[in-house]
Design a protein around this ligand. Structure first.
Ligand code: BG6
Ligand code: MG
Length: 218
């Protein structure tokens, strides 16, 4: 029986994944490193510094100090892009689905690698829908490590097997599986065969809740 749903934030609740891409692209262009959407998909769910290390994987000319400066710069660009973010940037199906899950007494949490999660939730006015937020500020290892989801489940007072995780990142699906959660792939991860189920839109989470467990897993 699923008693809680843990949602990833960027690329699931709101399309800030595009802003991450734009910000990294600007950094990559400035330092003359190739960066495209395919590489960007590998950054989904991955922490800021781990993302930068992926972008720089074919170069060795950046010191740790340079990297810290580039990561800070990326975050400044990203936060400027977030300036204009409002609740109108969220698909109407999202608050509707969250409301319906709450009506059904399902506990809700955010499980995000981002250190900007609280800021984003405030801007899109969805903070109050979530019983708990586990994010980049309370973890030491980012996805595919399950830490962020294990913390979210702990904050909800639930065991992993009682929670579903909704993720757009391959690393997020791997993290959910590693932690013993039921995994739901959406967006980029709707093409990932390791997800227990794959859906097209957030509203479909409700349909999955209605399914008996054997059908969900079959
Ligand atoms: C994840 C994104 O949610 O957060 C990653 O999918 C991002 O792309 C990571 O790198 C860290 O985000 P932030 O906001 O702390 O730089
Ligand atoms: Mg994501």
């Amino acid at each position: 029986m699923i008693k809680g749903v843990i949602f990833d934030l960027d690329g699931v609740i709101v399309h800030t994944d595009e802003m991450h891409y734009q910000a990294w692209k600007r950094i990559a262009e400035r330092i003359g490193v190739e960066f495209d959407r395919e590489t960007n998909n590998r950054l989904r769910g991955v922490s800021r510094m781990d993302s930068l290390n992926i972008i720089l994987e074919n170069t060795s000319c950046f010191s740790d100090t340079d990297k810290q400066r580039l990561a800070d710069e990326k975050n400044a660009i990203y936060r400027r892009l977030l300036d204009g973010l409002t609740k109108n940037d969220v698909d109407a199906a999202v608050p509707k689905t969250l409301r319906e899950l709450r009506n059904r007494k399902i506990k809700l949490a955010i499980g995000s690698s981002s250190k900007n999660a609280a800021l984003i939730l405030n801007k899109i006015e969805l903070t109050e829908y979530f019983d708990a937020v586990s994010d980049g500020n309370n973890i030491t290892r980012s996805k595919p490590d399950p830490e962020v989801f294990l913390k979210a489940a702990e904050y909800l007072g639930l065991a992993p097997y009682e929670c579903a995780v909704v993720e757009d990142a391959y690393a997020g699906i791997d993290a959910a599986r590693a932690g013993g959660f039921f995994s739901i792939g959406i967006g980029d991860a709707s093409g990932y065969d390791r997800a227990d189920v794959r859906i097209r839109g957030v509203a479909n989470v409700l349909k999955i809740m209605d399914m008996p467990l054997d059908r969900r897993l079959g």
